[in-house]
Design a protein around this ligand. Structure first.
Ligand SMILES: NC(=O)c1ccc[n+]([C@@H]2O[C@H](COP(=O)([O-])OP(=O)(O)OC[C@H]3O[C@@H](n4cnc5c(N)ncnc54)[C@H](O)[C@@H]3O)[C@@H](O)[C@H]2O)c1
Length: 330
């Protein structure tokens, strides 16, 4: 295979980004079809097909599942049974048993499966991962991740999203495993509703601090909030026996204005659509490379499963107000 023929399922916020990247920027991809029962975007002549038509289509090699989370497991199974390779947005599903079942089907069908942990392909975080791998910080001891959104999604989205840990912090849980390159043993979370009482009424939280303990005793502290008034706050620091490495936010430009009241500069890039542009492009390139060259995908179903277990442990931790071992999540 030297050109991958893909169908994109779901053309909302994230599906549109993937469509534009695949259609305009990745020559090894041909977008053959799209599918979305509600949303119509400009597709430059590429046809809208039903899910059934996509699954039966002999000239479609792979699907990119970008529809709401509650459709993912069903579509993964349909695609695997139809022999299509799969890229699926995070999270895989909200139910652990469904995740395990669909991963089993993927394995039986022998198709490739990659989960959309795009932050792995962000140049900032890639550099930190590579420094850790090269031993530049020595033994990594403490990881600090700050991950705050500029504003909460609509409460309707929150209700079906799985909540802050499974929907939002799951990226940070994956990042913690990716940077530290070890597994998490225990999770302890504290949470609050500070941003909007309606989020609490919908059964969710909007602010959390989570401590992860890895198998060797090293630790991570992750702080999340659904609202940061200054924009998307995405920072990371790893401290080790031989040094410390960190990355700051990305900005639209690097000007500064000094005047009588202070030194002023631009706010951080506002949200994921602007901040992670390069990571989404690199992510798709890596999926295509895995198909064309037959190599491993760089964010697997097991990576999704491990991050999900951390998210479920965090949920249990706030409900039961105690540290929760990953081994308790079955
Ligand atoms: N990796 C990331 O950074 C990232 C960012 C945003 C969203 N996501 C994930 O992507 C998924 C979609 O999120 P979004 O923010 O784009 O949501 P969205 O609501 O903006 O878009 C969802 C789209 O799916 C369509 N849709 C609904 N039911 C469908 C069905 N049965 N089949 C096909 N399409 C259907 C909707 O019409 C809509 O266009 C979620 O799982 C979310 O967690 C990932």
């Amino acid at each position: 295979m030297n050109k991958v023929r893909i169908a994109i399922i779901g053309l909302g916020r994230i599906g549109k980004i993937h469509f534009e990247n695949m259609h305009f920027h990745i020559p090894e991809v041909e977008v053959k079809a799209v599918s979305d029962p509600h949303t119509r975007i400009e597709t430059y002549g590429i046809p809208y097909l039903s899910l059934e038509e996509i699954m039966k289509h002999p000239e479609i090699d792979a699907v990119a599942i970008c529809s709401p989370t509650n459709t993912h497991a069903d579509y993964i199974e349909m695609a695997a049974k139809a022999g299509k390779h799969i890229f699926c947005e995070k999270p895989h599903d909200l139910d652990l048993a469904r995740v395990l079942q669909s991963l089993q089907i993927v394995e039986e069908c022998g198709v490739k499966f990659m989960l959309g942990f795009n932050r792995r392909f962000d140049p900032n975080f890639l550099r930190i991962r590579s420094l850790v791998e090269q031993g530049k910080v020595g033994d990594p001891l403490i990881l600090k991740i700050t991950s705050r959104d500029p504003g909460p999604p609509p409460v309707e989205y929150i209700k079906s999203s799985g909540g802050l840990f499974l929907d939002m912090a799951i990226h940070d849980f994956d990042m913690a495993r990716y940077i530290m390159q070890k597994e998490v043993k225990e999770v302890y979370s504290k949470s609050a509703v500070f941003v909007d009482p309606a989020i609490g009424e919908a059964g969710d939280i909007d602010t959390a601090v989570t401590t992860l303990t890895f198998e060797d005793g090293s630790m991570a502290v992750i702080d999340n909030c659904r609202k940061a008034v200054y924009g998307y706050d995405q920072r990371l620091e790893v401290f080790g026996s031989a040094g410390m490495a960190k990355v700051e936010n990305n900005f639209p430009d690097n000007h500064s204005l000094s005047d009588g009241s202070g030194v002023h500069s631009a706010l951080p890039l506002n949200f994921f659509m602007e901040r992670y542009t390069t990571s989404y492009l690199n992510e798709t390139r890596m999926f295509v490379k895995a198909l064309v060259e037959g190599v491993e995908v760089p964010a697997s179903g097991v990576d999704g499963l491990q991050a999900m277990k951390i998210a479920l442990a965090a949920k249990k931790s706030i409900t039961e107000n105690r540290p929760v071992a990953i081994s308790e999540i079955k």
